[in-house]
Design a protein around this ligand. Structure first.
Ligand code: ADP
Length: 642
């Protein structure tokens, strides 16, 4: 019979050691053996077991398993070999306290990617074999020391290993439980599995058919293989135990593990999800509102651009030709052009100089704007005026005014319901003829004072002559051609002194304003997302530290580095994803509520929603990158020594 495992000249030395942990170990292990390894503490027993179980590699020498030399085998292949050939039982059982007995027993099967029903079946068989079937739904933390060690046996044996490696499994047990565990090991061996047991207990060691004693890293005694040359009873060739029917969904298992980790500490997860939600939600709100606002603003402006233009006529000294023309003749001239509907002249008057108030010399607290206008101005503004029949008086010489509702209220002038009041303007009483309750073209109209153009002009003559603005309402589409002709119409001698603007020109300014605001909000949101990632990274880092032994256990029973990496990356991704989804919902709600309040049409793009969810998931994953990397680097042999 050929050996299952052959070690030749195996040596292992750790740094700062006087004596190597192992020196020139030569060993043949045959299928179906039961070997007890004994020796003083520090003699190299665990090191030997770790090398046998592929948890550590030797410095020199050759290791052959099932005829395969491990010299050229990759780390990933070793993970797979470990998972399929070996079962491990450690002195500390490393049972997962938060999982049920069944789930614990399935851990190795999950590493082997076995189909779910098979996992349940194998785990059940072994839980029953070790006498724990009545505890199947209990959690790991509820078990006694003896029960935990029996569960560790079930976990190791469910994967049907060829070799069971046990490192002082009875070390922490009383003699009765120790004997029970040993009995299980004997039964396991009797059914064909090779068992290698490290023990300090001479009584147990003496019951093993083959005993190897180590001293200072060397084998000083080996009682030898009792069946050398003849197969042991019941032994199945190791290769038959390699599993063919594996499920090919390691990702699903890793995802399930990641979700499981999340569900273990739901409040921690919720806090992280909340943090991502704030970041993504802010980003979504910023984007949604700026798109909505830009849409609302450009819609209004675009409408205006189709039928509105303004010409600014500089003070008279800039143009002698203009001096000779009254505003009225200009208006008449322009009105003959095609498409022109309404022309109105207005001047901006200084509220500081005119100090509007309800009584003479009262310090005013007026916050709006004062304009001198002609009677056509309110048609142009599409304003709602309380006494429209009196508008004609704006073209006369008597000082009159129309004031916004808000002004009447603020200054305590007149009453929109009861007609005339008196407003003091520039030290002179001005009769208030009507009140403006709204304008579809200028939302500020209710805060302004409009007095007559001629009065405004005369009251201002002593001061610096302000610019006159001609505002023209046209049929749809006429502003552009008229804008070109207007300077020549107004001042053929010096057309360059006339500046004409269609409202469309303002569009870029408005966009600039709203995009500045949006970038501020989204800047803050990115900061929130960054902070959320940082918190998540720290939390995951802490949990990787806390789960060191568990990760090592998974590695020991064959989980690949890639699988460990995936579990933690997925945990971060799921948290970020949940935060992203919640954030997109929050952002959408924010945009909806704000838009409804402002009377805008909410603009929510589905591509931005997807982007929000993606940003959440990706930043969540990135936050997990370093903790996941650390987890994947876990050294199983080191952690299992605890
Ligand atoms: P035993 O299991 O017989 O107690 P070990 O195999 O654990 O012995 O240790 C053998 C020797 O190697 C001891 O001197 C121990 O201190 C040393 N050793 C084991 N593991 C490490 C390690 N990871 N780093 C440094 N020294 C180690």
């Amino acid at each position: 019979m050929s050996a299952l495992i052959t070690l030749r000249g195996i040596s292992k030395e750790y740094k700062n050691q006087d004596i190597p942990a192992l020196s020139d170990i030569n060993l043949d292990i045959y299928p179906g053996e039961f070997i007890a390894i004994t020796g003083l503490s520090g003699s190299g027993k665990s090191t030997l077991l770790n090398i046998l179980g592929l948890l550590a590699s030797a410095d020199t020498g050759t290791y052959t398993i099932d005829g395969k030399n491990l010299k050229d085998v990759s780390a990933t292949e070793k993970d797979a070999l470990r998972s399929h050939y070996f079962g491990f039982i450690f002195q500390a059982s490393h049972v997962l306290g938060y999982e049920t007995v069944s789930k614990n027993a399935m851990l190795g099967l999950r590493t082997q990617n076995r189909p779910l029903p098979q996992r349940a079946q194998e785990a059940h068989t072994w839980i029953t074999n070790v006498g724990l079937s009545h505890r199947a739904t209990a959690h790991g933390k509820e078990l006694s020391g003896g029960e935990r060690q029996r569960l560790a046996i079930a976990r190791a044996m469910a994967t049907e290993p060829s070799v069971l490696l046990a490192d002082e499994p009875t070390g922490n047990l009383d003699s009765k439980n120790a004997q029970l565990v040993f009995q299980h090991l004997q039964d396991i061996n009797a059914s064909g599995t090779t068992v290698i047991l490290i023990t300090h207990d001479p009584n147990l060691a003496s019951q093993a058919p083959r005993q190897i004693t180590l001293h200072d890293g060397r084998i000083i005694e080996d009682t030898g293989h009792p069946h050398r040359g003849t197969p042991a009873p019941n032994v199945k060739p190791a290769h038959l135990k390699r599993r063919a029917n594996q499920s090919t969904r390691p990702w699903v298992d890793d995802a399930a593990d990641a979700l499981n980790y999340i569900s273990i500490s739901p409040y921690k997860a919720l806090t992280l999800i909340f943090a991502f939600m704030l970041g993504v939600g802010g980003l979504m709100t910023a984007q949604g509102l700026s798109a909505t606002a830009a849409n609302a603003v450009s819609h209004t402006i675009a409408t205006a651009a189709l039928d509105d233009l303004k010409a600014t006529i500089s003070p008279p000294e800039a143009s002698t030709a203009y001096e000779n023309q009254t505003v009225n003749t200009l208006k008449e001239k322009i009105s003959t052009y095609p498409g022109v509907k309404t022309i109105t002249a207005s001047r901006y008057l200084s509220a500081r100089d005119l100090n509007p108030s309800s009584l003479p010399h009262l310090p005013g607290n007026f916050t709006g704007t004062i304009y001198a206008v002609d009677s056509d101005h309110f048609t142009y503004l599409e304003a709602t005026v309380s006494h429209p029949h009196a508008l004609w008086q704006l073209d006369g010489n008597q000082p009159v005014a129309f004031i916004g509702d808000k002004v009447a209220q603020e200054l305590g002038v007149g009453n929109p319901n009861s007609g005339n009041g008196v407003l003091w303007l520039g030290g002179r009483p001005v009769t208030v003829l009507g009140y403006i309750s709204g304008s579809s073209r200028d939302a500020t109209a209710t805060s302004n004072i409009y007095t007559n153009f001629t009065y405004g002009l005369s009251s201002y003559q002593a001061q610096q002559m302000p610019e006159t603005e001609l505002a023209i309402r046209t049929e749809l589409g006429y502003p552009a051609p008229l804008a070109e002709a207007l300077p020549l119409i107004i001042n053929p001698v010096a057309p360059e002194t006339i500046s004409v603007s269609t409202v469309g020109d303002l569009r870029s300014i408005q966009r600039g304003v709203s995009s500045n605001l949006a970038s501020l909000v989204s800047g803050i949101s990115w900061l929130l997302i960054f902070l959320a990632s940082l918190t998540s990274a720290t939390t995951l880092y802490t949990s990787v530290q806390a789960r060191r032994t568990e990760i090592a256990l998974r590695r020991a029973i064959g989980a690949s580095k890639a699988s460990i990496l995936r579990i933690f990356l997925l945990e971060g991704t799921f948290i970020g994803l949940a935060g992203g989804i919640a954030g997109v919902s929050l952002g959408t709600l924010g945009v909806l509520v704000t838009s409804l309040n402002l009377g805008w049409t909410p603009l929510i793009s589905s591509s931005w929603m997807w982007l929000g969810v993606t940003i959440g998931a990706v930043t969540g994953m990135l936050s997990a990158a370093y903790p996941a990397y650390l987890a994947a680097q876990a050294q199983p042999a080191e952690a299992m020594r605890v």
